[in-house]
Design a protein around this ligand. Structure first.
Ligand code: AIR
Length: 178
């Protein structure tokens, strides 16, 4: 090819402006573009709300959340895990929840009720805390209420009334339809 036949190259700045922008590489821990939507499409039966509680003894109070969600046709899953007794299980659940299709997490606990806060520390999903009375609660669950509501700035947990798991489910339904 002679010198004259060579195609003239546009200046670098012009080339850059006309070339299509390459997709941004995913950051560490971030799903590949489109992966989240694909997972949701594939698993239509995936639960949308995770209902957690710190102990089996919390079940009678927390059952109201599952009941309310079921009545509203919202899929949920219920798990018992303690922020103090099984911290690694709680961290793993919270870190994987979004990728599994969970959209809101409800977490109930009594006494020093760390569960909602610890979950919120490991996920960006909205977390609704349910303070629970338990056998050794002080002032009817005030201990759990303060533990859940008094989160540090930047790590929010919504907090419903003591033993009011049903309200947590109603709030979760509102978040899902917002
Ligand atoms: N709990 C369990 N791990 C951490 C906390 N804060 C709470 C449970 C339950 C209370 O302790 O959520 O309300 C008593 O639990 P248990 O298992 O002794 O009945």
């Amino acid at each position: 090819m002679s010198q004259e036949e060579q195609p003239e190259l546009a200046p670098a700045a012009e080339r850059a402006a006309s070339e299509p922008e390459l997709p941004r590489a995913p950051q560490e821990g971030e799903p590949m573009a489109g992966t989240q939507a694909e997972i949701e499409d594939l698993d239509v039966a995936a639960p949308r709300v995770g209902i957690l509680m710190g102990s089996k003894s919390d079940l009678p109070a927390m059952e109201a959340a599952e009941r309310e969600l079921t009545q509203r046709g919202i899929r949920s899953e219920t798990r018992v895990m303690s922020a103090h007794r099984e911290p690694d299980v709680v961290a793993d659940y919270a870190r994987n929840a979004k990728l599994r299709g969970i959209r809101v997490i409800i977490a109930g606990a009594g006494l020093s009720a760390a569960l909602p806060g610890v979950v919120a520390a490991h996920t960006e999903l909205p977390v609704i805390g349910v303070p629970l009375t338990s056998r050794t609660s002080i002032a009817g669950g005030l201990d759990a209420l303060l533990s859940i509501a008094q989160m540090p700035p930047g790590v929010p947990v919504a907090c419903v009334g003591v033993d009011n798991a049903r309200n947590a489910a109603v709030l979760a339904a509102r978040i899902l339809s917002a």
